[in-house]
Design a protein around this ligand. Sequence first.
Ligand SMILES: [Fe+2]
Ligand SMILES: [Fe+2]
Length: 304
Amino acid sequence: MSNTASLRPQAVASEHIPLKPRNVAFDWADTPLHWIPGDPDSTHTINVLHLLLPAGERWFVRVYKQVLPYIRDERLRADVIGFIGQEAMHAQAHDEVLPHLKERGLDPTPYTAQVDWLFEKLLGDRTLPPGRARKWWLLERVATIAAIEHYTAFLGDWVLNADALDAKGADPMMLDLLRWHGAEEVEHRSVAFDLFMHLDGGYRRRVRTWATAFTALVFLWQRGTRFFMENDPSLVDGRASFREFFRAGRQGVLPTAGAMARSIPQYLSRAYHPSQHGSTTQAVAYLAGSPAATAAEARTTGGA
Ligand SMILES: [Fe+2]
Ligand SMILES: [Fe+2]
């Protein structure tokens, strides 16, 4: 009996908190193109977030709005509503970086047009009759979001602890965007998984959608990094390389390949629950001191 219990997802209750969106704003006027000084490779590897997240997180929101009527648990419903609010704000904040990149000579439109197509058409609503097919497609997307959120939580935890970025003199505005977002990813890291388990939870579906999501993320990420490196007007013959990626991992300015590899069996373990990894206390502590989050809080309370 204890064996069976140990194979079920074990949530850490103390990691759960009510979620609220923070209406942040960032000013990019003083942020240089290479916001990690002297390291265009790592800068652009992280910049891929600005390409993927606006379309990706808006897609989360669209899917979850369709899912709300199927939720039979009031706390989970409140979590999902909080999640929707946070993700909508994340999408907007990353979207607002794109004009700044364009002003600096790096037009992201050719890449974002493809990402928009992926999320709006390929992964969008299909003209399916009401019933099993439509429900199947909704559940596939709910499971895919849970798999992606495993990686947003991984990256959120990483960036909150990436002291090497501060040591390298990374731009404080960009760091605050990444850490505000990362902290909220850690705060809400259980929601997508809990929703998937509530609606379906099938292990085969979990593995299948993880494999698709992981493959797509690796593909899109290396393509996005290549796109930025090749189109960066300040680089002569700019090229993305795995050698630079491994170097940045060793220096702590990007996650290591080893840490990413270890995250795979975590998600595929039958006992996995997102609350077992990362620290809500650390996330909340960051948000309490984040310039963008505290300014948002002051606007909210000042305007109330
Ligand atoms: Fe997010
Ligand atoms: Fe998220």
